[in-house]
Design a protein around this ligand. Sequence first.
Ligand code: HAM
Length: 398
Amino acid sequence: MLPEDAPARRDLLSLSSAILDPAEYGYIETPVFEDTELFARGVGESTDIVQKEMFTFDDMGGRSLTLRPEGTAPICRAYVEHGMHKRPQPVRLWYWGPYFRHEAPQAGRFRQFTQVGAEVLGSDDPAIDAEVIALLAEILQEAGARELRLRLSSLGTADTRREYSEELKKYLRERQDKLAPDVQARIDANPLRAFDSSDAGTQAVMKEAPTLLDRLAPDDAEHFGEVRGLLDAAGIGYEVDPALVRGLDYYTRTVFEFTSDALGAQSGVGGGGRYDGLVEQFGGPPTPGIGWAAGVERIVLAAGRDYGPVSAISVFVAVPKEERRRAGFQLWRRLRRSERSALMGEPGRSMKGQMKQADRVGARWTVIVEEEGFELKDMQSGEQRPVASEEELLEALK
Ligand code: HAM
């Protein structure tokens, strides 16, 4: 992250806060590393993240720690550890910070990236599903992310998934010879991932495959119908995609993902879903939850806004002689205290060099520190005039 990247990211941070704070989301920060076990159990042993993408190390006490690859498991851990189930429910939270995944870096994919995220714990009302989706849509739109698409699905409950998973495994095994080798190898561990395959043979098989949406239990189907109805009423467009697979194991019921066609292969700008069993898994009371996370770098790329040069300086203090360094420094302090952006040239440099620098930083005014008083130069008109004192100078700059 270099200074020229800062304006877009800071805008997105203040935009997120301007949208999430008034919706009653409290800002939370969790540690950058946690016990490895938290992610192994929370995210799921069979996921890519746990199998090959975690930065894991032993500390000096021999404990296995991991740089956080995602934020939902830590938030559920914090919810339990800090007794947040005793607060009025649901608890709404949002976060922003660095995350780490050992993936092959490419455009829009980094080993350290930044997520902005939101989680709501303690309600299974479909209105909460629609709320979090609407808030993410608002952030992405306001940020200027182009060519957005929202995909939506429901994964039902763990039981439905288990039954469906057995059905799908059977279906895949019967057609094993038509599947890509990596899909074949994962039939038992993660049959759903077959929907994700880019292999043509596998895709043909998956077109005819039974979908989880057809197997939802009545109350899950009703929940999904309500979520869709709320999004329809809000005018939020989406595609139901029964093949939507998220790379994390904790999801139940609603799952969703925003993609931007303005991005290349790494088109996922943000996604999430329900995780109604996760808090309980960490020793808390049964607590439904739902949330999302979005990639800050990807949102900025998808917006493609030009922020131009980094902000210009208001007053440049030029000091022609080294013995006037103190006078120059004192003036710079006063200017800074009067809330002006100000920069002082190095007195050891030639006047020509200092004036060049004043131009380069886009100074509106240059003050030259003279033996007695100052010279004030209007950098737009090029006019220059003497000013007797600091007071007069500050007055003139108003
Ligand atoms: P995720 O889909 O794994 O979900 O990540 C969310 C977003 O983080 C992605 O859509 C993408 O924009 C960004 N992202 C992921 N990996 C990278 C990377 N290597 N480089 C750049 N950006 C990346 C989660 O992390 C879940 N915790 C979301 C959630 C919250 N589900 C429920 N609550």
